[in-house]
Design a protein. Structure first.
Length: 253
């Protein structure tokens, strides 16, 4: 019988309706965790909740809106009677260089990719403190470490998220609250499919992106989910402030 590495753990996953969030929520629940699924699309969240079963329920909110944060925490904590981990996965990507990105796109990027993470993590801290500790996992990006063409808003937002991760790890380590950043490279999700659909030759871009990964393929959401399970578990009890690439060797090139 498989050992449930997260038995008794209670957590929140944002952006849980698709991609990395969905795969991570399923993996976390499969290891015994109870998971609150958070996102904007109620239908997607409920579909994931049905797939998982009794260990999950949907909370359709927009985490970029501060007014919805406290209600989200209240729902999650009252439903499962506590909070042990938080996976901040919700994010947005606007394509463009510094001249092309609009002020609205810049604000949207930082509001969701950074500010919402800060607000939700801040709201989660008292509950984790009450539980005797916890794990906050922030899905950043390899582009927060190296930058990229036409990512003038996205890459800086992920860089800021990495520094928020490190600062919170330092501030809250003494409370047994661990904070780590997961840095995927190009993962095949609905978001990346939309991006490929906007270019003149999607097949050529796919070949180019694949060639940038020594392992010879693009990432899958499940590739990221395994690290989320590890960071939510007690196996990672001495891991905090870490910036962990899951990138098929992208940063080694």
């Amino acid at each position: 019988m498989m050992r449930e590495r997260l038995k008794g753990k209670i957590g929140i996953v944002t952006g849980a309706g698709s991609g990395i969030g969905r795969a991570s929520a399923i993996a976390l629940a499969a290891e015994g965790a109870q998971v609150a699924l958070v996102g904007r699309r109620k239908d997607r969240l409920e579909e994931v909740a049905r797939e998982i079963g009794d260990r999950a329920f949907a909370i359709p909110v927009d985490v970029s809106k501060p007014s919805e944060i406290s209600g989200l925490l209240d729902q999650a904590v009252s439903r499962f009677a506590g909070l042990n981990f938080l996976l901040n996965n919700a994010g947005v990507l606007h394509v463009g260089n510094a001249e092309q990105i609009t002020e609205e796109q810049w604000d949207d990027t930082f509001n969701l990719n950074v500010r919402s993470v800060w607000l939700l993590s801040r709201a989660a801290l008292p509950h984790m403190r009450k539980a005797g500790g916890g794990s906050i996992m922030n899905v950043a990006s390899t582009l927060g470490l190296v930058g990229a063409r036409n990512r003038a808003a996205y890459a800086p937002s992920k860089g800021a998220l990495i520094q928020l991760t490190k600062s919170m790890a330092i501030d809250h380590g003494h409370e047994n609250i661990r904070v780590n950043a997961i840095c995927p490279s190009f993962v095949e999700t609905e978001l990346t499919e939309r991006l490929l659909g906007q270019v003149a030759d999607p097949a050529a871009i796919r070949r180019e992106r694949t060639a940038a990964h020594p392992i010879g393929r693009l990432g899958r959401p499940e590739d990221i989910a395994g690290l989320a399970v590890y960071l939510a578990s007690d196996e990672s009890s001495w891991v905090t402030g870490a910036v962990l690439p899951v990138d098929g060797g992208y940063l080694a090139m």
